[in-house]
Design a protein. Sequence first.
Length: 118
Amino acid sequence: VQLQASGGGLVQAGGSLRLSCAASGSIIRFIRMGWYRQAPGKERELVATDNRGATPNYADSVKGRFTISRDNAKNMVYLQMNALKPEDTAVYYCNAIRDFGPPRVDFWGQGTLVTVSS
């Protein structure tokens, strides 16, 4: 499956963006859909995950500001980002896990850049 992330851009601090991740096939079979991000000079980190049928999981730094959701009918995953901060600046990646394994079977999108100005 291929994942296409979009929706990034430049926004002022306090603003909002909604990221979208379009999958080329059905996402029902994926047990976890998630968003990760990588800031310049830093390692990739988990932002939010949607575990099929379970409560979403968020990084502490985004709790209360970001919301992950998925639309199985449209094969889409979204990340609504509110109250953005300059430290949210990063390339955001969509991830889909089909099997935790071993071996783990997962897929990554190409990333979309979010820049938050102060």
